[in-house]
Design a binder for this molecule. Structure first.
Ligand code: AMP
Length: 367
């Protein structure tokens, strides 16, 4: 089996690493010449809209997938005329637009924050009155890690907010007073079978994921079942194949859907050491028409992102149960350079190890 991956970042690198024991060869396509994935697997350097590069990728692949959700949908469609592209391009297209994404969630019955489309100051003023303040205005496209969004606290500040997001077509959402942020990562196979990991609790710093705790503490089985039902509903509607992540807000025992990623996800990195089957292997199994693997946990795990600068390797490795993953990137403020997953069989030991790890890693430098 040969898998072509659009994108050569750390997700492509970890997909390639997971592919090797399965005898699968991943080839990535990325505009950067020294991408993280290119350091561990065959890579084609080219723009995503470069037809020659896409044809070269199709030539060495039996199936194509993405590790980066802002790949142009046209590139996925162009490949799909030649080889299967999974998850299906409509899943990519839906996830690239916050409005179509929220409409899909609502259509398949997922609770979502109140939302309204915004195309100009007038529609923003109407939406602010309808939804109320505080609210969050988000550009429909190309926002990530909290970029391209602004909180609106007064109806009269519509013009400032509209300028703050560069007058881009947007969506206004109620600002949810959530108790915590969770995510569900699951996979759907070509025969429709599904598998889910336990809900993960996510903590952000400066809009970026800083730490994930798996399993999320204190999750009732009814909440886990609700999250799985939500993810299954989305995947079934999209005839989805592969790993999907949905970011959720927990409010008063209910889950509101925020956004989805049609790919492996940062909040699933802990599965490399913390689960019987990693999310990367699971994604490859699904798109290669192999059976999904079990998702049982091996103890509990906490994943900490290494953002902006790197700790000393020996300090990380001196912590029992700590697993270091470096992405082969040059340090830069605000850049995800790697992650560490700490695992333990009991909560007390895990808490001690995480405390040591956070001392070694320090605070992420501001971008
Ligand atoms: P997003 O880019 O949609 O993931 O948003 C980035 C972060 O902003 C989220 O992780 C939340 O912490 C916060 N956020 C986004 N949307 C809302 C919302 N409707 N209510 C409250 N917080 C939000």
């Amino acid at each position: 089996m040969r898998v072509g991956v659009l994108g050569g970042g750390q997700l492509g690198r970890m997909l390639a690493q997971a592919s090797q024991p399965l005898g699968i060869v991943c080839t990535t396509l990325d505009p950067a010449s020294a991408s993280p994935a290119s350091q561990v697997a065959p890579a084609i350097v080219g723009a995503y809209d470069d037809r020659t590069a896409l044809l070269a990728l199709a030539d060495v692949s039996d199936v194509a997938t993405y590790e980066f959700e802002n790949v142009p949908v046209d590139a996925a469609r162009f490949l799909a005329e030649r080889i299967p592209v999974l998850p299906p391009p409509p899943a990519l297209e839906t996830a690239q637009d916050r409005l179509t994404e929220k409409m899909l969630f609502a259509a398949v019955g997922l609770p979502v924050p109140s939302f309204a489309p915004v195309d100009d100051v007038a529609s923003l003023s109407v939406a602010l009155k309808e939804i109320g303040v505080p609210a969050v205005l988000k550009a429909r496209r190309l926002g990530y890690d909290g970029k391209g969004q602004t909180v609106v606290r007064h109806v009269e500040l519509a013009e400032d907010a509209w300028r703050a997001i560069a007058e881009a077509p947007s969506i206004l959402e109620a600002l949810v007073p959530f108790e915590r942020e969770l995510s569900v990562v699951g996979a759907r196979a070509q025969d429709g079978a599904t598998a889910f990991y336990p809900l993960v609790e996510n903590h952000h710093r400066a809009g970026m994921l800083h730490l994930s705790r798996a399993p999320a503490p204190g999750v009732a089985s009814s909440l886990q079942s609700a999250a799985e039902a939500h993810a299954a509903a989305v995947m079934n509607r999209l005839d989805y194949v592969g790993v999907l992540a949905i970011e959720l807000f927990e409010v008063a025992g209910e889950l509101l859907a925020n956004e989805m990623a049609p790919r492996v996800h940062n909040s699933g990195h802990w599965t490399i050491e913390g689960s019987e089957t990693s999310q990367f292997e699971q994604h490859l199994r699904a798109i290669s028409n192999l059976p999904l693997g079990p998702t049982d946990m091996r103890g509990a795990a906490v994943m900490v992102n290494l953002i902006g600068s790197l700790p000393e390797t020996e300090d990380v490795l001196a912590i029992p149960g700590a697993h270091l993953h470096l992405y082969g990137k040059a340090p830069r403020p605000g850049r995800k350079l790697g992650h560490v997953t700490v695992r333990a069989d009991d909560e007390r030991t895990l808490a001690d190890r995480v405390e040591r790890l956070l001392q070694v890693v320090g605070e992420p430098a501001d971008p």
